[in-house]
Write a protein that binds this ligand. Structure first.
Ligand code: ACM
Length: 533
Protein backbone atom coordinates (compact mmCIF):
# COMPACT_ATOMS: atom_id res chain seq x y z
CA UNK A 1 0.00 0.00 0.00
CA UNK A 2 1.23 3.47 -0.81
CA UNK A 3 2.58 5.30 2.17
CA UNK A 4 1.15 8.74 2.68
CA UNK A 5 4.52 9.90 3.97
CA UNK A 6 6.07 9.29 0.60
CA UNK A 7 5.22 11.53 -2.30
CA UNK A 8 4.72 9.79 -5.61
CA UNK A 9 5.12 11.83 -8.80
CA UNK A 10 1.34 11.87 -9.23
CA UNK A 11 0.75 13.22 -5.77
CA UNK A 12 3.48 15.77 -6.28
CA UNK A 13 1.63 17.04 -9.33
CA UNK A 14 -1.75 17.32 -7.68
CA UNK A 15 -0.22 18.80 -4.55
CA UNK A 16 1.30 21.39 -6.82
CA UNK A 17 -2.16 22.08 -8.18
CA UNK A 18 -3.50 22.52 -4.69
CA UNK A 19 -0.75 24.90 -3.75
CA UNK A 20 -1.31 26.88 -6.94
CA UNK A 21 -5.03 27.07 -6.33
CA UNK A 22 -4.38 28.24 -2.80
CA UNK A 23 -1.69 30.69 -3.88
CA UNK A 24 -4.03 32.20 -6.49
CA UNK A 25 -6.32 33.15 -3.64
CA UNK A 26 -3.66 34.52 -1.36
CA UNK A 27 -2.33 38.01 -1.03
CA UNK A 28 0.89 39.36 0.31
CA UNK A 29 0.00 40.94 3.58
CA UNK A 30 2.12 43.97 4.25
CA UNK A 31 1.71 46.80 6.71
CA UNK A 32 -2.05 46.93 6.20
CA UNK A 33 -3.37 43.42 6.81
CA UNK A 34 -7.07 44.21 6.51
CA UNK A 35 -7.74 43.72 2.79
CA UNK A 36 -9.62 40.47 2.19
CA UNK A 37 -8.09 38.39 -0.61
CA UNK A 38 -10.17 36.90 -3.41
CA UNK A 39 -11.87 33.75 -2.10
CA UNK A 40 -10.07 30.54 -3.04
CA UNK A 41 -12.09 28.08 -5.11
CA UNK A 42 -14.09 25.60 -3.03
CA UNK A 43 -11.70 22.75 -3.83
CA UNK A 44 -8.77 24.85 -2.74
CA UNK A 45 -10.27 25.93 0.57
CA UNK A 46 -10.95 22.59 2.27
CA UNK A 47 -9.68 22.32 5.85
CA UNK A 48 -7.84 20.13 6.66
CA UNK A 49 -6.03 20.26 3.30
CA UNK A 50 -6.66 17.01 1.41
CA UNK A 51 -3.77 14.84 0.27
CA UNK A 52 -4.54 15.51 -3.37
CA UNK A 53 -6.89 17.81 -5.23
CA UNK A 54 -7.64 17.94 -8.96
CA UNK A 55 -10.13 20.65 -9.90
CA UNK A 56 -12.71 19.65 -12.53
CA UNK A 57 -14.77 21.66 -14.95
CA UNK A 58 -18.44 21.31 -14.10
CA UNK A 59 -20.05 21.38 -10.66
CA UNK A 60 -22.88 19.13 -9.52
CA UNK A 61 -26.09 20.90 -8.60
CA UNK A 62 -28.19 19.51 -5.75
CA UNK A 63 -31.86 19.97 -6.62
CA UNK A 64 -35.23 19.01 -5.21
CA UNK A 65 -35.00 15.74 -7.16
CA UNK A 66 -31.56 14.73 -5.82
CA UNK A 67 -31.43 11.26 -4.28
CA UNK A 68 -28.69 9.98 -1.94
CA UNK A 69 -27.73 6.34 -2.41
CA UNK A 70 -25.74 4.09 -0.10
CA UNK A 71 -25.32 0.38 -0.63
CA UNK A 72 -26.77 -1.91 1.97
CA UNK A 73 -28.36 -1.05 5.30
CA UNK A 74 -25.39 -0.79 7.65
CA UNK A 75 -22.98 1.96 8.63
CA UNK A 76 -22.71 3.35 5.09
CA UNK A 77 -26.46 3.87 5.05
CA UNK A 78 -26.25 5.70 8.37
CA UNK A 79 -23.60 8.04 6.94
CA UNK A 80 -26.00 8.75 4.05
CA UNK A 81 -28.80 9.52 6.53
CA UNK A 82 -26.43 11.82 8.42
CA UNK A 83 -25.65 13.66 5.17
CA UNK A 84 -29.35 13.99 4.37
CA UNK A 85 -29.96 15.43 7.86
CA UNK A 86 -27.20 17.98 7.26
CA UNK A 87 -28.56 19.09 3.88
CA UNK A 88 -32.34 19.07 4.37
CA UNK A 89 -32.86 22.11 6.65
CA UNK A 90 -31.07 24.66 4.44
CA UNK A 91 -31.97 23.22 1.03
CA UNK A 92 -35.55 22.44 1.97
CA UNK A 93 -35.31 19.36 -0.27
CA UNK A 94 -36.54 15.88 0.61
CA UNK A 95 -33.26 14.16 -0.31
CA UNK A 96 -34.46 10.57 0.10
CA UNK A 97 -31.86 7.93 0.97
CA UNK A 98 -32.05 4.76 -1.12
CA UNK A 99 -29.99 1.62 -1.60
CA UNK A 100 -30.51 1.20 -5.36
CA UNK A 101 -31.26 3.05 -8.57
CA UNK A 102 -29.95 6.31 -9.99
CA UNK A 103 -28.77 8.91 -7.50
CA UNK A 104 -27.04 12.28 -7.58
CA UNK A 105 -24.97 11.57 -4.47
CA UNK A 106 -23.51 8.09 -4.04
CA UNK A 107 -21.63 6.66 -1.05
CA UNK A 108 -19.73 3.55 -2.08
CA UNK A 109 -17.77 1.10 0.04
CA UNK A 110 -15.08 -0.57 -2.05
CA UNK A 111 -11.95 -2.61 -1.64
CA UNK A 112 -9.71 0.15 -2.95
CA UNK A 113 -6.79 0.88 -0.66
CA UNK A 114 -7.97 4.11 0.94
CA UNK A 115 -6.99 2.95 4.43
CA UNK A 116 -9.21 2.96 7.51
CA UNK A 117 -10.20 6.61 7.14
CA UNK A 118 -9.35 7.68 3.59
CA UNK A 119 -11.76 8.36 0.74
CA UNK A 120 -12.06 9.62 -2.81
CA UNK A 121 -14.61 12.27 -3.70
CA UNK A 122 -15.47 12.86 -7.33
CA UNK A 123 -17.85 15.64 -8.29
CA UNK A 124 -19.07 16.48 -11.78
CA UNK A 125 -22.18 17.41 -13.74
CA UNK A 126 -23.76 13.97 -13.24
CA UNK A 127 -23.29 13.69 -9.53
CA UNK A 128 -21.02 13.25 -6.55
CA UNK A 129 -19.47 9.91 -5.61
CA UNK A 130 -17.64 9.31 -2.36
CA UNK A 131 -15.75 6.02 -2.28
CA UNK A 132 -14.03 4.56 0.77
CA UNK A 133 -12.87 1.24 2.16
CA UNK A 134 -14.64 1.82 5.49
CA UNK A 135 -17.57 3.87 6.77
CA UNK A 136 -15.20 6.28 8.57
CA UNK A 137 -13.81 7.24 5.16
CA UNK A 138 -17.31 7.90 3.82
CA UNK A 139 -17.96 10.08 6.86
CA UNK A 140 -14.79 12.11 6.34
CA UNK A 141 -15.67 12.42 2.65
CA UNK A 142 -19.04 13.84 3.67
CA UNK A 143 -17.23 16.50 5.74
CA UNK A 144 -15.30 17.46 2.62
CA UNK A 145 -18.53 17.55 0.60
CA UNK A 146 -19.98 20.01 3.14
CA UNK A 147 -17.05 22.32 2.51
CA UNK A 148 -17.52 22.14 -1.28
CA UNK A 149 -21.01 23.62 -0.82
CA UNK A 150 -21.79 27.26 0.02
CA UNK A 151 -21.53 28.08 3.73
CA UNK A 152 -25.27 28.74 3.87
CA UNK A 153 -25.78 24.98 3.65
CA UNK A 154 -24.98 24.96 7.39
CA UNK A 155 -28.03 27.11 8.24
CA UNK A 156 -31.00 25.52 9.95
CA UNK A 157 -33.62 27.35 7.88
CA UNK A 158 -34.36 27.18 4.14
CA UNK A 159 -32.03 29.28 1.96
CA UNK A 160 -32.26 30.01 -1.76
CA UNK A 161 -29.14 28.20 -2.96
CA UNK A 162 -28.15 27.36 -5.68
CA UNK A 163 -26.51 24.30 -4.12
CA UNK A 164 -23.49 23.76 -6.32
CA UNK A 165 -20.85 21.20 -5.36
CA UNK A 166 -17.59 22.31 -6.94
CA UNK A 167 -16.38 19.88 -9.60
CA UNK A 168 -13.19 17.85 -9.27
CA UNK A 169 -11.58 14.89 -7.59
CA UNK A 170 -10.12 14.71 -4.09
CA UNK A 171 -8.18 11.68 -2.90
CA UNK A 172 -7.48 11.88 0.77
CA UNK A 173 -6.24 10.05 3.83
CA UNK A 174 -4.87 11.16 7.20
CA UNK A 175 -1.23 11.68 8.06
CA UNK A 176 -1.83 10.47 11.63
CA UNK A 177 -4.26 7.93 13.07
CA UNK A 178 -4.69 9.89 16.33
CA UNK A 179 -6.22 13.33 15.85
CA UNK A 180 -7.59 14.43 19.17
CA UNK A 181 -9.28 17.17 21.10
CA UNK A 182 -9.62 17.22 24.88
CA UNK A 183 -12.40 18.87 26.84
CA UNK A 184 -11.87 19.44 30.57
CA UNK A 185 -15.34 18.81 32.03
CA UNK A 186 -13.96 18.91 35.58
CA UNK A 187 -12.97 22.55 36.14
CA UNK A 188 -16.31 23.54 34.66
CA UNK A 189 -18.95 20.92 33.99
CA UNK A 190 -20.43 20.72 30.51
CA UNK A 191 -23.75 19.01 29.81
CA UNK A 192 -24.28 16.16 27.36
CA UNK A 193 -25.79 18.65 24.90
CA UNK A 194 -22.73 20.89 25.17
CA UNK A 195 -20.37 17.96 24.61
CA UNK A 196 -22.41 16.89 21.57
CA UNK A 197 -22.16 20.40 20.15
CA UNK A 198 -18.37 20.23 20.47
CA UNK A 199 -18.31 16.75 18.93
CA UNK A 200 -20.09 18.13 15.86
CA UNK A 201 -17.48 20.88 15.56
CA UNK A 202 -14.66 18.34 15.85
CA UNK A 203 -16.22 16.07 13.22
CA UNK A 204 -16.33 18.89 10.66
CA UNK A 205 -12.52 18.92 10.77
CA UNK A 206 -12.04 15.13 10.78
CA UNK A 207 -10.87 14.89 14.40
CA UNK A 208 -11.37 11.30 15.55
CA UNK A 209 -10.50 11.21 19.27
CA UNK A 210 -12.45 12.97 22.03
CA UNK A 211 -10.46 12.96 25.26
CA UNK A 212 -12.68 13.79 28.24
CA UNK A 213 -10.85 14.96 31.36
CA UNK A 214 -13.39 13.49 33.77
CA UNK A 215 -11.78 14.11 37.15
CA UNK A 216 -9.65 16.73 38.79
CA UNK A 217 -9.32 18.60 42.07
CA UNK A 218 -12.47 20.61 41.39
CA UNK A 219 -14.88 17.89 40.31
CA UNK A 220 -15.51 14.21 39.66
CA UNK A 221 -17.79 13.92 36.63
CA UNK A 222 -18.62 10.24 36.03
CA UNK A 223 -20.90 8.01 38.09
CA UNK A 224 -19.08 5.06 39.71
CA UNK A 225 -21.52 2.59 41.28
CA UNK A 226 -19.04 1.11 43.74
CA UNK A 227 -17.95 4.56 44.98
CA UNK A 228 -21.12 6.64 44.67
CA UNK A 229 -19.91 9.68 46.61
CA UNK A 230 -17.27 10.40 43.93
CA UNK A 231 -19.91 11.85 41.63
CA UNK A 232 -22.67 12.67 44.13
CA UNK A 233 -20.37 14.69 46.39
CA UNK A 234 -17.14 15.06 44.44
CA UNK A 235 -19.10 16.29 41.42
CA UNK A 236 -21.18 18.80 43.33
CA UNK A 237 -19.17 21.91 42.57
CA UNK A 238 -16.66 23.43 40.12
CA UNK A 239 -14.25 26.31 39.72
CA UNK A 240 -15.83 29.42 41.19
CA UNK A 241 -18.22 27.40 43.37
CA UNK A 242 -21.04 26.73 40.89
CA UNK A 243 -23.12 23.60 41.14
CA UNK A 244 -20.98 21.37 38.94
CA UNK A 245 -22.54 18.09 37.86
CA UNK A 246 -21.68 14.64 36.61
CA UNK A 247 -22.69 12.17 33.91
CA UNK A 248 -24.84 9.24 34.87
CA UNK A 249 -23.72 6.05 33.16
CA UNK A 250 -26.64 6.36 30.73
CA UNK A 251 -25.60 9.93 29.87
CA UNK A 252 -22.00 8.91 29.42
CA UNK A 253 -23.06 6.07 27.11
CA UNK A 254 -25.06 8.61 25.12
CA UNK A 255 -21.92 10.75 24.67
CA UNK A 256 -19.99 7.68 23.55
CA UNK A 257 -22.77 6.69 21.14
CA UNK A 258 -23.03 10.18 19.67
CA UNK A 259 -19.26 10.44 19.29
CA UNK A 260 -19.20 7.06 17.53
CA UNK A 261 -21.91 8.24 15.14
CA UNK A 262 -19.44 11.00 14.18
CA UNK A 263 -16.54 8.53 14.02
CA UNK A 264 -14.89 9.81 17.19
CA UNK A 265 -13.52 7.47 19.83
CA UNK A 266 -13.94 8.68 23.41
CA UNK A 267 -10.78 8.57 25.56
CA UNK A 268 -11.82 8.89 29.21
CA UNK A 269 -9.30 10.29 31.68
CA UNK A 270 -9.17 9.76 35.42
CA UNK A 271 -6.23 11.90 36.50
CA UNK A 272 -4.09 10.19 39.18
CA UNK A 273 -2.29 10.25 41.59
CA UNK A 274 -2.37 14.07 41.70
CA UNK A 275 -5.35 16.22 40.67
CA UNK A 276 -7.48 14.06 42.99
CA UNK A 277 -8.94 16.42 45.58
CA UNK A 278 -12.53 15.71 44.51
CA UNK A 279 -12.00 11.99 45.21
CA UNK A 280 -10.09 12.64 48.45
CA UNK A 281 -12.88 14.95 49.63
CA UNK A 282 -15.49 12.28 48.88
CA UNK A 283 -13.86 9.43 50.83
CA UNK A 284 -11.84 10.14 53.97
CA UNK A 285 -10.34 6.64 53.77
CA UNK A 286 -8.44 7.52 50.60
CA UNK A 287 -6.34 10.04 52.52
CA UNK A 288 -3.13 8.99 54.26
CA UNK A 289 -4.29 10.73 57.45
CA UNK A 290 -7.88 9.45 57.17
CA UNK A 291 -9.25 13.00 57.04
CA UNK A 292 -11.19 14.25 54.02
CA UNK A 293 -10.19 17.71 52.76
CA UNK A 294 -12.93 20.16 51.79
CA UNK A 295 -14.14 20.43 48.21
CA UNK A 296 -11.98 22.80 46.17
CA UNK A 297 -13.16 25.51 43.78
CA UNK A 298 -9.93 27.41 43.10
CA UNK A 299 -7.44 26.95 40.25
CA UNK A 300 -4.16 25.97 41.92
CA UNK A 301 -2.58 22.67 40.87
CA UNK A 302 -0.29 20.12 42.45
CA UNK A 303 -1.55 20.01 46.05
CA UNK A 304 -3.41 16.69 46.11
CA UNK A 305 -2.25 13.06 45.98
CA UNK A 306 -3.78 9.66 46.41
CA UNK A 307 -2.17 7.73 49.28
CA UNK A 308 0.29 5.47 47.47
CA UNK A 309 1.02 3.30 50.53
CA UNK A 310 -2.61 2.39 51.30
CA UNK A 311 -4.21 -0.75 49.90
CA UNK A 312 -7.58 0.96 49.52
CA UNK A 313 -6.02 3.23 46.90
CA UNK A 314 -5.68 0.25 44.54
CA UNK A 315 -9.16 -1.06 45.36
CA UNK A 316 -10.39 2.40 44.39
CA UNK A 317 -8.30 2.46 41.20
CA UNK A 318 -9.41 -1.05 40.26
CA UNK A 319 -13.11 -0.30 40.78
CA UNK A 320 -13.00 3.00 38.92
CA UNK A 321 -11.01 1.61 36.00
CA UNK A 322 -13.19 -1.52 35.81
CA UNK A 323 -16.43 0.48 35.67
CA UNK A 324 -15.03 3.05 33.25
CA UNK A 325 -13.53 0.39 30.98
CA UNK A 326 -16.95 -1.29 30.88
CA UNK A 327 -18.45 2.00 29.61
CA UNK A 328 -15.70 2.42 27.03
CA UNK A 329 -15.77 0.72 23.63
CA UNK A 330 -12.61 2.63 22.70
CA UNK A 331 -9.11 1.32 23.04
CA UNK A 332 -7.69 3.79 25.53
CA UNK A 333 -7.95 4.76 29.15
CA UNK A 334 -6.04 7.87 30.20
CA UNK A 335 -4.69 7.83 33.76
CA UNK A 336 -3.31 11.37 33.88
CA UNK A 337 -0.10 11.40 35.86
CA UNK A 338 0.71 15.11 35.40
CA UNK A 339 1.71 17.61 38.07
CA UNK A 340 1.96 15.03 40.87
CA UNK A 341 3.85 17.61 42.92
CA UNK A 342 2.58 16.19 46.21
CA UNK A 343 3.67 12.64 45.39
CA UNK A 344 7.33 11.67 45.84
CA UNK A 345 9.09 10.36 42.75
CA UNK A 346 9.43 6.94 44.36
CA UNK A 347 5.71 6.85 45.20
CA UNK A 348 4.86 8.02 41.68
CA UNK A 349 6.79 5.14 40.13
CA UNK A 350 5.22 2.67 42.58
CA UNK A 351 1.75 3.99 41.81
CA UNK A 352 2.21 3.77 38.03
CA UNK A 353 3.68 0.26 38.33
CA UNK A 354 0.53 -0.84 40.14
CA UNK A 355 -2.13 1.03 38.19
CA UNK A 356 -1.01 0.48 34.59
CA UNK A 357 -1.56 -3.31 34.86
CA UNK A 358 -5.12 -2.63 36.09
CA UNK A 359 -5.82 -0.78 32.84
CA UNK A 360 -4.46 -3.73 30.88
CA UNK A 361 -6.46 -6.19 33.01
CA UNK A 362 -9.66 -4.49 31.84
CA UNK A 363 -8.59 -4.60 28.23
CA UNK A 364 -7.50 -1.02 27.66
CA UNK A 365 -4.30 0.69 26.57
CA UNK A 366 -2.76 3.26 28.91
CA UNK A 367 -2.37 6.88 27.94
CA UNK A 368 -0.62 9.18 30.42
CA UNK A 369 0.66 12.73 30.33
CA UNK A 370 4.34 12.62 29.45
CA UNK A 371 5.49 12.57 33.09
CA UNK A 372 4.62 8.88 32.81
CA UNK A 373 7.92 8.50 30.93
CA UNK A 374 9.67 9.33 34.23
CA UNK A 375 8.23 6.10 35.62
CA UNK A 376 8.06 2.82 33.66
CA UNK A 377 5.50 3.16 30.85
CA UNK A 378 3.69 -0.11 30.24
CA UNK A 379 4.24 -1.93 26.98
CA UNK A 380 2.12 -0.24 24.33
CA UNK A 381 1.40 2.84 26.45
CA UNK A 382 1.09 6.26 24.87
CA UNK A 383 2.58 9.39 26.42
CA UNK A 384 0.95 12.75 25.79
CA UNK A 385 3.61 15.46 25.52
CA UNK A 386 2.45 18.81 26.91
CA UNK A 387 5.79 20.58 27.33
CA UNK A 388 6.83 23.74 25.56
CA UNK A 389 9.21 24.49 22.72
CA UNK A 390 11.75 25.48 25.39
CA UNK A 391 11.12 22.67 27.85
CA UNK A 392 14.47 21.52 29.20
CA UNK A 393 16.63 19.10 27.24
CA UNK A 394 16.59 16.49 30.02
CA UNK A 395 12.81 16.29 30.10
CA UNK A 396 12.55 16.08 26.33
CA UNK A 397 15.31 13.45 26.27
CA UNK A 398 13.35 11.34 28.73
CA UNK A 399 10.32 11.44 26.43
CA UNK A 400 12.47 10.69 23.36
CA UNK A 401 14.12 7.75 25.15
CA UNK A 402 10.73 6.29 26.00
CA UNK A 403 9.68 6.71 22.36
CA UNK A 404 12.83 4.89 21.26
CA UNK A 405 11.79 2.05 23.55
CA UNK A 406 8.32 1.74 22.10
CA UNK A 407 6.16 4.32 23.90
CA UNK A 408 3.89 6.05 21.42
CA UNK A 409 3.55 9.83 21.50
CA UNK A 410 0.61 12.18 21.25
CA UNK A 411 1.86 15.72 20.76
CA UNK A 412 0.09 18.52 22.63
CA UNK A 413 2.83 21.12 23.13
CA UNK A 414 1.19 23.63 25.45
CA UNK A 415 2.55 26.73 23.73
CA UNK A 416 1.13 25.45 20.42
CA UNK A 417 -1.83 23.16 20.99
CA UNK A 418 -3.41 24.30 24.26
CA UNK A 419 -6.68 25.94 23.27
CA UNK A 420 -6.96 27.61 26.67
CA UNK A 421 -3.91 29.81 26.17
CA UNK A 422 -4.72 33.44 25.48
CA UNK A 423 -4.24 34.58 21.88
CA UNK A 424 -2.83 37.94 22.97
CA UNK A 425 -2.52 39.73 26.27
CA UNK A 426 -5.91 41.32 25.55
CA UNK A 427 -7.74 37.96 25.37
CA UNK A 428 -10.19 37.99 28.28
CA UNK A 429 -10.54 34.23 28.66
CA UNK A 430 -7.76 31.74 29.11
CA UNK A 431 -4.37 31.49 30.74
CA UNK A 432 -0.87 32.52 29.71
CA UNK A 433 1.50 30.30 31.69
CA UNK A 434 2.64 28.58 28.48
CA UNK A 435 2.75 31.86 26.58
CA UNK A 436 0.46 33.70 24.21
CA UNK A 437 -0.64 31.46 21.35
CA UNK A 438 -1.82 33.35 18.27
CA UNK A 439 -3.26 31.44 15.34
CA UNK A 440 -0.05 31.26 13.35
CA UNK A 441 1.92 29.95 16.31
CA UNK A 442 -0.63 27.20 16.95
CA UNK A 443 -0.52 26.04 13.30
CA UNK A 444 3.02 26.66 12.20
CA UNK A 445 5.04 23.64 13.42
CA UNK A 446 5.62 20.09 12.27
CA UNK A 447 4.61 17.19 14.53
CA UNK A 448 7.00 14.96 12.58
CA UNK A 449 10.02 17.08 13.50
CA UNK A 450 8.97 18.34 16.91
CA UNK A 451 10.93 15.94 19.13
CA UNK A 452 14.19 15.15 17.29
CA UNK A 453 15.30 11.61 17.96
CA UNK A 454 11.81 10.24 18.46
CA UNK A 455 11.21 7.59 15.78
CA UNK A 456 8.71 8.78 13.16
CA UNK A 457 6.54 5.76 13.91
CA UNK A 458 6.33 6.76 17.59
CA UNK A 459 4.36 9.89 16.75
CA UNK A 460 0.77 8.68 16.69
CA UNK A 461 -0.69 12.11 16.25
CA UNK A 462 -1.66 15.36 17.89
CA UNK A 463 -4.26 16.57 20.33
CA UNK A 464 -5.59 20.02 21.20
CA UNK A 465 -6.59 20.16 24.88
CA UNK A 466 -9.09 22.72 26.14
CA UNK A 467 -8.71 23.27 29.89
CA UNK A 468 -11.67 25.06 31.37
CA UNK A 469 -10.59 26.99 34.46
CA UNK A 470 -11.81 30.15 32.65
CA UNK A 471 -14.14 28.51 30.13
CA UNK A 472 -17.74 27.99 31.20
CA UNK A 473 -20.13 28.34 28.25
CA UNK A 474 -20.57 27.22 24.64
CA UNK A 475 -19.52 30.70 23.52
CA UNK A 476 -16.36 30.44 25.64
CA UNK A 477 -15.50 27.08 24.04
CA UNK A 478 -16.13 28.49 20.57
CA UNK A 479 -13.95 31.53 21.14
CA UNK A 480 -10.94 29.58 22.38
CA UNK A 481 -11.27 26.71 19.89
CA UNK A 482 -11.94 28.85 16.83
CA UNK A 483 -9.90 29.50 14.84
CA UNK A 484 -7.13 27.35 16.40
CA UNK A 485 -8.92 23.98 16.41
CA UNK A 486 -9.02 23.62 12.60
CA UNK A 487 -5.26 24.17 12.53
CA UNK A 488 -4.73 21.40 15.06
CA UNK A 489 -6.93 19.17 12.93
CA UNK A 490 -4.91 20.02 9.84
CA UNK A 491 -1.63 19.18 11.59
CA UNK A 492 -3.08 15.77 12.35
CA UNK A 493 -4.67 15.08 8.97
CA UNK A 494 -2.83 16.81 6.15
CA UNK A 495 0.40 15.67 4.50
CA UNK A 496 3.43 17.69 5.61
CA UNK A 497 3.86 18.75 1.95
CA UNK A 498 0.68 20.84 2.14
CA UNK A 499 1.92 22.80 5.17
CA UNK A 500 2.09 26.50 4.40
CA UNK A 501 0.94 29.30 6.68
CA UNK A 502 0.38 31.67 3.76
CA UNK A 503 -1.90 29.18 2.01
CA UNK A 504 -3.51 27.96 5.23
CA UNK A 505 -4.53 31.39 6.48
CA UNK A 506 -6.50 31.99 3.28
CA UNK A 507 -8.30 28.64 3.56
CA UNK A 508 -8.93 29.33 7.25
CA UNK A 509 -10.42 32.74 6.46
CA UNK A 510 -12.81 31.06 4.04
CA UNK A 511 -14.20 28.96 6.93
CA UNK A 512 -15.61 32.03 8.70
CA UNK A 513 -18.95 32.20 6.84
CA UNK A 514 -19.48 28.53 7.75
CA UNK A 515 -18.89 29.30 11.44
CA UNK A 516 -21.28 32.24 11.18
CA UNK A 517 -23.90 29.93 9.68
CA UNK A 518 -23.33 27.39 12.46
CA UNK A 519 -23.54 30.01 15.20
CA UNK A 520 -19.89 29.59 16.21
CA UNK A 521 -18.36 32.73 17.69
CA UNK A 522 -14.66 32.99 16.92
CA UNK A 523 -11.64 35.17 17.54
CA UNK A 524 -11.02 37.40 14.51
CA UNK A 525 -7.25 37.19 14.63
CA UNK A 526 -5.53 40.02 12.74
CA UNK A 527 -3.17 37.36 11.34
CA UNK A 528 -5.97 35.93 9.18
CA UNK A 529 -7.42 37.74 6.10
CA UNK A 530 -11.08 37.31 7.10
CA UNK A 531 -13.85 38.28 4.73
CA UNK A 532 -15.87 41.29 5.86
CA UNK A 533 -18.38 40.18 8.52
C1 ACM B 1 -1.46 19.55 32.08
O1 ACM B 1 -1.63 20.60 31.42
N1 ACM B 1 -1.30 19.62 33.39
C2 ACM B 1 -1.42 18.26 31.44
Amino acid sequence: MRSHHRTTPRTARVLGTLLLVAAAGSVTVGATPAAAPPAPTPLGRVVPAPASVTPGAAPYRITRSTVIRADGSGAGRRVAEYLAHLLRPSTGYRLPVTSRGPAGIRLVLSHDPFGAEGYRLHSGRDGVTITAAAPAGLFHGVQTLRQLLPAAVEKDTVRPGPWLVAGGTITDRPRYAYRGAMLDVSRHFFTVAQVKRYIDQLALYKINELHLHLSDDQGWRIAVDSWPRLAAYGGSTQVGGGKGGFYTKAQYREIVRYAASRYLEVVPEIDMPGHTNAALASYAGLNCDGAAPPLYTGTEVGFSSLCVGKRVTYDFADDVIRELAALTPGRYLHIGGDEAHSTSHEDYVTFMDRVQPIVAKYGKTVIGWHQLTGARPARGALAQYWGLDDTGAAEKAQVVRAAQHGTGLILSPADRMYLDMKYTEDTELGQDWAGLVEVRRSYDWDPGAYLPGAPASSVRGVEAPLWTETVATDADIDYMAFPRLPGAAELGWSPAATHSWDAYKVRLAAQAPRWDALGITYYRSPQVPWPAP
